[in-house]
Design a protein around this ligand. Structure first.
Ligand code: ATP
Ligand code: SF4
Ligand code: MG
Length: 324
């Protein structure tokens, strides 16, 4: 398989925030050497605790942010270093769906205008853009008669459908969905997930699906990547990762997910992690997970583990003492 998207050694450093003294704090390595591939039509889930760098990774991939280091290759072309003009031909292939549909849609624009915007930017005529917006409304399960309404006239689930329609306007090949259902009522989440799955089948989309809800990720993804403090600590086929997690951090995350089967749920062993994730401005030495890891040994304090195959399949984990 040649990858649609290949990310290699991606780094994003933000300047440190100014403290009360007015002096800038140390820089934050929000993304610290991330590599992965994503095939056409495939879904890769990206999970991990708040602040581990999921959104930053997603924004780098669609080039809403400039990488500090590393490469982002789309269809064999390195787009990581391209400026706005160089990005123009690639922009349409990379789109994003955001967490909060209402705050990501301009309240003063009609739905027609919101969905048409990416097409107008690409040089479409107003009439063509409106025609396409009507088609897209239909595609996401809304009625084209609602095109001249404003975002506040829609429910959260409907507004997210509008956000999805906008992301599809330019017929992208990859959509980065950053917590696309977390802000929605539970009853609506499944409908939006169903819609995203149907659109993927019909349009051959690849998704980078960012979420903290591991059950949703298990359902929608082919593969999953687990991030901790700006790095991927485990990545692989979802059946391998969910079925027998190799990294202690993945085990802890999965142990917090309730199981549908009552007997299994009663027997579920919860691994409680000590403390909060450390600051990416001052990461621990060696394996950055060592202060919280139940399996940590002396070597973990000094030697940073690299991602490598762990277990019988193709899954990779960054741990000196992986499970299985
Ligand atoms: N523009 C910015 N300037 C400075 N620091 C930032 C910026 N954006 C993100 N960060 C920092 O980078 C780290 C990663 O943030 P990011 O938003 O990517 O995490 P996340 O995994 O998406 O978290 P969440 O689950 O809460 O959405 C955090 O420490 C965050 O404070
Ligand atoms: S390398 Fe050591 S500290 Fe890090 S996850 Fe593995 S066992 Fe835990
Ligand atoms: Mg985020």
């Amino acid at each position: 398989m040649t990858a649609l998207l290949s990310v290699r050694d991606l780094v994003k450093t933000f300047p440190g925030r100014r403290g009360r003294t007015g002096r800038a704090g140390p820089p934050v390595r929000a993304v610290d050497g991330v590599s992965f591939d994503l095939g056409a039509g495939e879904t890769l889930g990206l999970v991990g605790e708040s602040g581990c760098g999921k959104s930053t990774t997603g924004r780098l991939v669609v080039r809403l942010l400039d990488p500090t280091e590393g490469s982002i290759t789309l269809d064999g072309q390195d787009i990581g270093g391209l400026g706005p003009a160089g990005m123009r031909p690639y922009r349409k292939h990379l789109q994003m769906v955001f967490q909060d549909p209402h705050s990501s849609l301009n309240p003063r624009q009609t739905v027609a205008r919101i969905i048409s915007e990416p097409l107008l930017v690409q040089g479409a005529s107003a009439a063509d853009a409106r025609r396409r917006a009507a088609e897209l409304m239909d595609l996401v399960g809304l009625v084209p008669e609602q095109l001249d309404r404003y975002p506040h006239e829609f429910s959260g689930g409907q507004a997210q459908r509008i956000g999805i329609a906008r992301s599809l306007a330019t017929s992208p090949r990859l959509v980065v969905a950053d917590e696309p259902v977390s802000a929605l009522d539970v009853s609506v989440q499944a409908q939006v997930v169903n819609l995203m799955e149907r659109l993927q089948r019909e349009l051959g989309l690849a998704y980078l699906f960012i979420a903290h809800d591991l059950s949703v990720v298990k359902r929608v993804c082919d593969r999953v990547a687990v991030m901790y403090l700006g790095r991927i600590v485990e990545i692989g086929d979802k059946h391998e990762v969910y079925g027998s997690p190799a990294h202690p951090y993945t085990r802890a995350l999965l142990s917090a997910v309730p199981l549908p089967d009552p007997a299994a749920e009663r027997a579920r062993e919860r691994i409680v992690l000590l403390g909060d994730p450390p600051s990416p401005a001052d990461p621990p030495s060696g394996c950055t997970f060592h202060p919280r890891c139940p399996k940590a040994q002396e070597r973990c304090r000094t030697e940073q583990p690299l991602l490598r195959i762990a277990g019988p399949g193709t899954r990779q984990a960054a741990c000196h003492f992986p499970e299985a």
